[in-house]
Design a protein around this ligand. Structure first.
Ligand SMILES: NC(=O)c1ccc[n+]([C@@H]2O[C@H](COP(=O)([O-])OP(=O)(O)OC[C@H]3O[C@@H](n4cnc5c(N)ncnc54)[C@H](O)[C@@H]3O)[C@@H](O)[C@H]2O)c1
Ligand SMILES: O=c1ccn([C@@H]2O[C@H](COP(=O)(O)OP(=O)(O)O[C@H]3O[C@H](CO)[C@@H](O)[C@H](O)[C@H]3O)[C@@H](O)[C@H]2O)c(=O)[nH]1
Length: 437
């Protein structure tokens, strides 16, 4: 199949490389010249495990090419739309400018029989509206909605071996034709018995935002329990383990700590609420406001705990921040709880020295006022407190005795409940965590 992928960011670049890996002929298109130059040279424009290897193997086969020129999309059979849908400035709603621009610029180049496949996360109702733009430009083209569930850090694995596929299709023969194109694209996953849900546009759009709303709710649920654990001396990690043994609940996404961030969960739960409101279902999702509020309270709690560790004042204290990315195995700092806490600590008078294995360049662009180190040891040198905010493996594996010899004072905040409190206390550290004594 000849495929274009429009938008080569965290989602699109991985999707394009994986489609080429599956044997398709792929053209990646983006308006960002620097990104296209990097990808054309076989360089991943961001950190994602496995992506550099896929780009190298795709360039060897010649099946993957990149361009900034949308007119090169002419003659391709299927076009994935993977551009950003960020939160609008000062509002909860999603900004659809990029999706609209991508589909509008693609429309004149559609050949008869082409299928436009939406991957971006959009408010329900968007697909039906975009289908109108596609039909007006090329009556024999079809629009399908095929939401994506990849996780950053596992994006290649999730794309090559998805846990389910969802097709949102129009009614009638056009839907049948789009389904056979999608089936051909995903032939390998389907042969491996990946569950497939075929539905209408609105259902497919809602599957995506419902999944993210559920995940966000699960995290905020355990973080709410952590707040109660904090005032009772209970241990939220033991609570999560115990309730997680119940197969109806499950242990995954019950890691209490600094809460969720990134380019997806925060903006998606806000956009979902905004869209429900526009549709007259205002009451349905008011609980998501609480999910968001619980999540944001984790950040101020982390700042307060750091101040407590420093005997009530952050002023002039040297604080080593370990972790800036919104999660490990990613360089993404969009709505990163860790970067937010680092910046709040500085705003409240601490001398912050931050380190992250991958995210320093992105963090520096957003917060040039912070000081950055080249290693955890450099950040922690003579520090009054260490705050661990993103649970990279190298931080989880720190040796409390060796690390204790570097710092000024052995104070540590475990913002992700990822260290062994007993081991750190035994090495002489004052250990604090969110939701754990
Ligand atoms: N990042 C993820 O893990 C993930 C997973 C599933 C779904 N999504 C959804 O996928 C979409 C993209 O997310 P992302 O994280 O990849 O965003 P991103 O910002 O990393 O990438 C978006 C890309 O689209 C490009 N772009 C913007 N307008 C364009 C246009 N008119 N033509 C061509 N390219 C254009 C941008 O230059 C950028 O490179 C969002 O809707 C997001 O919610 C993301
Ligand atoms: O138990 C947990 C699990 C996650 N997190 C945090 O939640 C955020 C999101 O994590 P994760 O969902 O793993 O990362 P994303 O790459 O943002 O992936 C989510 O968002 C994507 C974009 O929509 C979807 O495709 C994925 O299915 C969905 O998991 C991160 O800040 C994590 O630190 C927790 O605090 N506790």
């Amino acid at each position: 199949m000849r495929i274009t992928v429009i938008g080569c960011g965290y989602l699109g670049a991985v999707h394009a490389a994986c489609m080429a890996e599956l044997g398709h002929e792929v053209l990646g298109i983006d308006v960002d010249q620097a990104k296209i130059e990097a990808l054309s040279a076989g360089r991943a424009p961001f950190y994602e495990p496995g992506l550099p290897e896929l780009l190298a193997s795709a360039s060897a086969t010649g099946r993957l090419r990149f361009t900034t020129d949308i007119s090169e999309a002419a003659g391709y059979d299927a076009h994935f739309v993977a551009v950003g849908t960020p939160q609008k400035k000062g509002e909860n709603a999603a900004d659809l400018t990029y999706v609209d621009a991508a589909v509008t610029s693609l429309a004149p180049h559609l050949q008869p029989g082409a299928v436009v496949i939406g991957k971006s996360t959009v408010p329900v109702g968007t697909a039906r509206r975009l289908a109108g733009i596609v039909a007006a430009a090329q009556p024999d083209a079809t629009l399908a909605w095929n939401p994506e569930f990849l996780r950053e850090g596992f994006a290649v694995e999730d794309t090559l071996r998805p846990d389910r596929l969802v097709y949102g299709l129009p009614e009638g023969g056009a839907g049948d034709r789009a389904k056979s194109v999608l089936d051909e694209i995903y032939a390998v996953a389907l042969a491996n018995e990946t569950p497939l849900v075929v539905a209408g546009y609105e259902t497919a759009e809602l599957v995506k935002v419902s999944a993210n709303a559920f995940l966000a709710t699960k995290i905020s649920f355990i973080n709410a329990i952590a707040e109660v654990a904090d005032v009772t001396g209970a241990d939220v990690t033991a609570i999560a383990d115990a309730i997680g043994y119940d197969a109806r609940i499950g242990r995954r996404f019950l890691n209490a700590g600094l809460g969720f961030g990134g380019g997806c969960l925060p903006k998606d739960i806000r956009a979902f609420q905004a869209r429900a409101g526009e549709l007259g279902a205002d009451q349905a999702l008011t609980f998501l406001r609480e999910v968001d509020a619980i999540n944001m309270r984790r950040r101020s709690r982390a700042v307060d705990l750091t101040r407590e560790l420093l005997d009530g004042s952050l002023l002039g204290k040297k604080v080593a921040v370990l972790g800036l990315a919104f999660k490990p195995e990613s360089d993404d700092v969009r709505d990163s709880p860790s970067l937010d806490v680092a910046s709040q600590l500085r705003a409240q008078g601490a001398r912050v020295i931050a380190y992250d294995p991958q995210a320093v360049p992105n963090a520096k662009r957003l917060h040039p006022e912070l000081d950055f180190a080249d290693s955890a040891e450099e950040a922690a040198s003579a520090a009054d407190a260490v705050v661990l905010l993103t649970e990279w493996k190298q931080f989880r594996n720190l040796d409390p005795a060796a690390f204790g010899a570097i710092v000024g004072n052995k104070n540590i905040l475990d913002g992700r409940n990822c260290l062994d409190p007993e081991q750190w206390r035994a090495a002489g550290w004052r250990y604090r965590a969110l939701g754990r004594p």
